[in-house]
Design a protein around this ligand. Structure first.
Ligand SMILES: Nc1nc2c(ncn2[C@@H]2O[C@H](COP(=O)(O)OP(=O)(O)O)[C@@H](O)[C@H]2O)c(=O)[nH]1
Ligand SMILES: [Mg+2]
Length: 322
């Protein structure tokens, strides 16, 4: 069978809502950039309908548990869900305690909830690209909601979560509350603040968050609400989904969603060009035989590093233009 036929068949199964085809397409998109382009040539026009919710916060705050309950709430309202988890300790990825994994089984057995874990591998650009691509595949598949879980830490995670339409920051009472709130610019990116583990007394933390939010002025006219949840018992979950829908309405009416998505598309195009150029340059540099001669010349001080680099670059640019 020719490769194109192969892809065609896979894609038609995908559109018939075959879960295996969905899983296979995600794997291809993650691992084979060449075929990914072929797939997106077909799928992309069917995207743009899913609503993306990002859930971020410190490890142990209860993100995975919350996502599990939130996904069930979405299902109760007749919606389908795709989950992307970028948390190596997540029960979705086989991490965590057995008890948590057992709880997760409620959602892993639902055919309308599809979960995919992404290894973070510490590479920021790659991570956000992989997440975006998987979200795009879920979107084309017809998922109503896509939930992305990240550990809110470095720039890499912030980049990833920015593809979300609504960003939910999860906090838990205890360990350095006020520090948590300030961490990693989380207050600036969050659209909804959740104090989870309210059974462990989250009142003080909720108050601190409210106060911190009051000191911010936002251009979008949206004041993030602070909600309390007990994820393990499903308390506050329906209110959380209400708040997400409220925020959605707000960004749709104000045009912020379009602005955010456009900005994102622009960034993604640039990222792809950048990685294509980088790939090309690496390939060329590895094949180039001139480099040894240039090393000789720099070693003997006949050239300096910069003059050598520009000598190497010229033919690369020339060849690239062909
Ligand atoms: N007491 C209490 N424990 C919770 C709550 N939500 C989650 N947990 C527990 O906190 C631990 C970490 O939860 P997890 O969802 O894996 O957190 P994540 O690292 O943020 O994804 C697990 O043992 C959960 O059972 C809650 O509302 N109250
Ligand atoms: Mg988790």
């Amino acid at each position: 069978m020719r490769r194109e036929d192969d892809i065609q068949e896979l894609v038609s199964k995908f559109f018939e809502k075959d879960r295996m085809a969905l899983a296979k397409i995600i794997t291809i998109v993650e691992n084979e950039p060449g075929r990914a382009k072929e797939i997106f040539d077909i799928l992309y026009k069917n995207t743009g309908n899913a609503y993306i919710v990002g859930i971020t916060g410190s490890p142990g705050a209860g993100k995975s548990t919350l996502i599990c309950k939130l996904a069930q709430e979405m299902r109760n309202r007749g919606k389908t869900v795709g989950i992307i988890s970028i948390d190596p300790s997540s029960p979705f990825s086989g991490g965590a305690f057995l008890g948590d994994r057992v709880r997760m089984r409620e959602i892993t057995s639902d055919p309308e909830i599809f979960i995919r874990s992404v290894a973070s591998r510490g590479m920021s650009g790659g991570l956000s690209k992989a997440t975006y691509d998987i979200a795009t595949v879920f979107d084309a598949y017809g998922k109503d909601y896509i939930i992305i879980e990240t550990v809110g830490a470095g720039q890499a995670e912030v980049d990833v979560i920015k593809i979300a339409d609504t960003i939910v920051c999860v906090f838990m009472p205890g360990a350095g509350d006020s520090i948590q709130a300030q961490k990693a610019g989380i207050m600036e990116i969050g659209d909804i603040m959740v104090v989870n583990k309210a059974d462990l007394d989250g009142d003080k933390l909720a108050l601190q968050l409210e106060m911190a939010l009051d000191s911010y002025t936002r251009q979008t006219g949206w004041r993030p609400p602070v909600l309390s949840t007990i994820a393990t018992d499903g308390v506050g979950i329906s209110e959380l989904l209400e708040a997400i829908e409220e925020h959605r309405k707000h960004i749709e009416l104000s045009g912020v969603i379009e602005e955010r998505r456009r900005k994102h598309i622009e960034k993604k195009i640039k990222d792809i060009v950048e990685s294509l150029v980088q790939e090309y340059v690496y390939k060329y540099l590895n094949e180039d035989k001139e480099i040894e001669k240039l090393v000789d010349k720099v070693y003997s001080r006949e050239e300096n590093l910069y003059s050598a680099a520009s000598k190497l670059l010229k033919p690369i640019i020339k060849k690239f233009e062909e």
